[in-house]
Ligand binder design. Sequence first.
Ligand SMILES: Cc1cc2nc3c(=O)[nH]c(=O)nc-3n(C[C@H](O)[C@H](O)[C@H](O)COP(=O)(O)O)c2cc1C
Length: 313
Amino acid sequence: MDLSVDLAPRGKRSLTLANPVMTASGCFGNGLEFARIFDIQRLGGIASKGLTLRPRSGNAQLRVVETAGGMLNSIGLQNIGVEALIRDVAPIWEGWRVPVIVNIAGEAVEDYAELAARLDGVPGISGLELNISCPNVASGLEFGSEPAAAAEVTSAVLRQTTLPVLVKLTPNVTDIVPIARAVVEAGADALTVINTVSAMTIDAERRRPGLGWGSGGLSGPALKPIALRLVYRIAEANLGVPIIGCGGVSSGLDAIEYFMAGASAVQVGTATFLNPRAPLDVLEGIETWLRDHGIENLRDIIGTAQPLRLQAD
Ligand SMILES: Cc1cc2nc3c(=O)[nH]c(=O)nc-3n(C[C@H](O)[C@H](O)[C@H](O)COP(=O)(O)O)c2cc1C
């Protein structure tokens, strides 16, 4: 059975995953702890914890609360910073078979560009994923909420790196397709769809928002129908780059639905908090589903829920 997927078919460097199951950023740390729990080398890829230039300690507690069908977080990009990552973590990744894609974040275009420049050519790093759900200090809006800002950050990164570049889109916009189109025209190799949906809870006893930061990002099963639709819409726009579906994937069947909507790969996030082995369970579920349906090649189901005109392309 051929499960391999090329996430950068038009890139300067290829990014071939042995299978379409990745971990989602922020839900798998840098992979080091999970490596002690199961054979993470069987995964298709790992998206590391969001990385910034300088270390960050993150937002005030509470940073995670449960909601019906999902969870809400406002971690605030707690991370060790680029210097420690290159010094202490990348050398460990270098010994891994599974490709690691570093998720990067910043407050200004220059932050992303500098991160890309520093990570270029570092052994152990196979690609970059741009988290553009970050407030831009210049405009106060998220980079991912405006096509021009999203494209600018993508181009600035591509000028500094030969690594394949995935751009992770935010669902917190009126129309995601023009943003997807803008980053693809700017040179993005693939799109990760989606980051969390802005949301909040209220703690009635305290008469305050549940999260210390006030609002946060909704993830988990509640996200799946939202993300599926956005994957479907972007696939329908036929932008010519692979889509990585992300949002509420916890089983092989969830992943199959994303493939049918038009995704070439999936990321597993919140499910790992309940079951650390969830990404491998998803992979095994995909294999079982394909075998049960007599499908030898994953590519044969991608986009099959789309109208015939897309499948013919
Ligand atoms: C605790 C937590 C931390 C996250 N941190 C990041 C991050 O650093 N960078 C990023 O791009 N996405 C981050 N995300 C978003 C996830 O990667 C993913 O897009 C989202 O959770 C939807 O997938 P899921 O429903 O499978 O969790 C985080 C999500 C959670 C729950």
